[in-house]
Design a protein around this ligand. Structure first.
Ligand code: ATP
Ligand code: MN
Length: 434
């Protein structure tokens, strides 16, 4: 038997038509003379109705013998039925058992028995079967597609840069070392240096959606050790230009999900509000001043990074997406361009959701001498960055860009409590399998 339709593609108007559906046994209900089998596929549920008088004994027996979550195909005729999912039921003429599920199940995918996140992640293949979790990953897929569409429409070329590298992007220590033949190498923490080199290469506008690796021993609800970054870099533009690109990109993705994922949003009970552009732009100094008015942030001072408490305090006051811009130069990475007339501040920004940081970006320092000076000012050795610095010596356009965390975008859009819910197989301090 070969599947002809997903559950959702069948309509009551197809009354009498033969179809074949395939999926998992969601539920079996037996009332003696009448039994129901609820089949679940990626797109929804199908009610298979078996009145004893109309369905062969053999089919009823097969259905009764099935364990929950077994995989089957069912052929039958569509019958309009207002009370059934999607407004129809199937009267089966054939059932093929493709794979019997063992019992007990590691998890209840109908969600009737709620499980802890750790239990869910341990049996992730089963967890994702539940319609709410399927909805999260369907929305994530649509979101990534929308972002590709948006960036492509703005002239950006998709690139792929190496994830195995020799030096730290930021000179930090948060790197995973790996053995690379007879040498030590690292998993890249960001495509930053490579996407900038593509500006020297004349690619003009690029983006990459790929993994970033951070060896930080976080135990928070917004950090992963392997995350997905949506990275963008544009030549011949200003910081403001890439901030506009970012806020419009966020609004585009929200609109796209609202228009194309109404079923998934319904499954999650979300009435998605598209953030209004332009987002507020708040200088770093003002963000600190706002935080300081909150008693829980009394200790924060000008020159400090915003910790989670401060992010929440400022976020609660703004209440929607906003930018924090014009950061103290010493708080940002060496490749950030400082203001020529007041070099203690730099042309950097963070895009904030009221709950957390979503993206960081900046105008980059494209002038070779200043870039080298920036490295030295941070006690980094320019010799380790020769491969990168060379790209600035033979014609480098001014450029700017940003990196946006895909999981945090999903997490904040869908109000997920933990960023781990936005990734199939999260990697954290303790979790390396599945
Ligand atoms: P944070 O201060 O919140 O730890 P960051 O400033 O170290 O983040 P960046 O280096 O600016 O992160 O990376 C750009 C974006 O990539 C972040 O704004 C975030 O959305 C995402 N990102 C970075 N690190 C992680 C991580 N460990 N887990 C999940 N997302 C991350
Ligand atoms: Mn950042």
């Amino acid at each position: 038997m070969k599947r002809t339709h997903y559950s959702r593609e069948i309509t009551p108007e197809m009354n009498g038509q033969p179809v074949i559906v395939s999926g998992w046994v969601h539920e079996i209900r037996d009332f003696g003379g009448l039994s129901f089998l609820i089949l679940r596929d990626r797109e929804g549920l199908v009610q298979i109705t078996m009145p004893k008088k109309k369905v062969s004994k053999e089919i009823v027996e097969t259905a009764r013998g099935l364990s929950r979550e077994s995989v089957i195909s069912v052929g039958g005729a569509v019958k309009a039925e207002a009370k059934a999912p999607h407004g129809y039921e199937l009267i089966p003429t054939e059932i093929e058992v493709l794979s019997l599920a063992e019992a007990p199940l590691p998890l209840d995918p109908t969600g009737k028995v709620p499980a802890e996140l750790d239990t869910r992640l341990d049996a992730r293949f089963m967890d994702i079967r539940s319609p709410e979790v399927t909805a999260v990953f369907s929305i994530r897929a649509h979101m990534i597609k929308a972002m590709r569409e948006f960036l492509t429409a703005h002239g950006c070329l998709e690139i792929a840069t190496p994830k195995i590298v020799a030096t730290a992007t930021e000179g930090g220590t948060a790197l995973f070392p790996i053995s690379y033949f007879d040498r030590e190498a690292f998993l890249n923490q960001s495509p930053q240096l490579y996407k900038q080199m593509m500006m020297a290469a004349g690619m003009d506008r690029v983006y990459e959606i790929g993994p970033i690796f951070r060896a930080e021993e976080h135990a928070t609800r917004k950090h992963l050790n392997e995350a997905t970054s949506i990275d963008v870099e544009l030549s011949f533009v200003s910081m403001e230009d890439v901030m506009v690109l970012l806020e419009n990109g966020i609004a585009y993705v929200y609109n796209y999900v609202k228009e194309n994922c109404s079923r998934e949003l319904g499954e999650l009970g979300i009435d998605l509000q598209v953030p209004k552009t332009p987002f507020r732009r708040i200088p770093y100094a003002e963000a600190i001043a706002i935080a300081r008015t909150h008693p829980e942030c009394a200790g924060i001072e000008y020159g400090d990074d915003l910790d989670t408490t401060a992010e929440h305090a400022v976020g609660a006051e703004i209440g929607e997406h906003y930018f924090i811009m014009d950061w103290p130069t010493e708080l940002r990475a060496f490749y950030t361009q400082a203001y020529d007339d007041h070099p203690e501040l730099c042309k950097a920004f963070d895009l904030m959701h009221p709950r957390m940081e979503l993206a960081s970006g900046a105008q980059r320092e494209h002038r070779y001498e200043r870039l080298v000076a920036n490295l030295e000012a941070r006690d980094l050795n320019p010799d380790s960055f020769t491969f990168y610095l060379d790209a600035f010596r033979y014609g480098m356009p001014p450029h700017a860009g940003w990196g946006l965390g895909a999981e945090r975008l999903v997490q904040t859009m869908l109000g997920l409590n933990n960023v781990r819910e936005a990734v199939l197989f999260p990697r954290d301090r303790v979790r390396l399998t599945p």
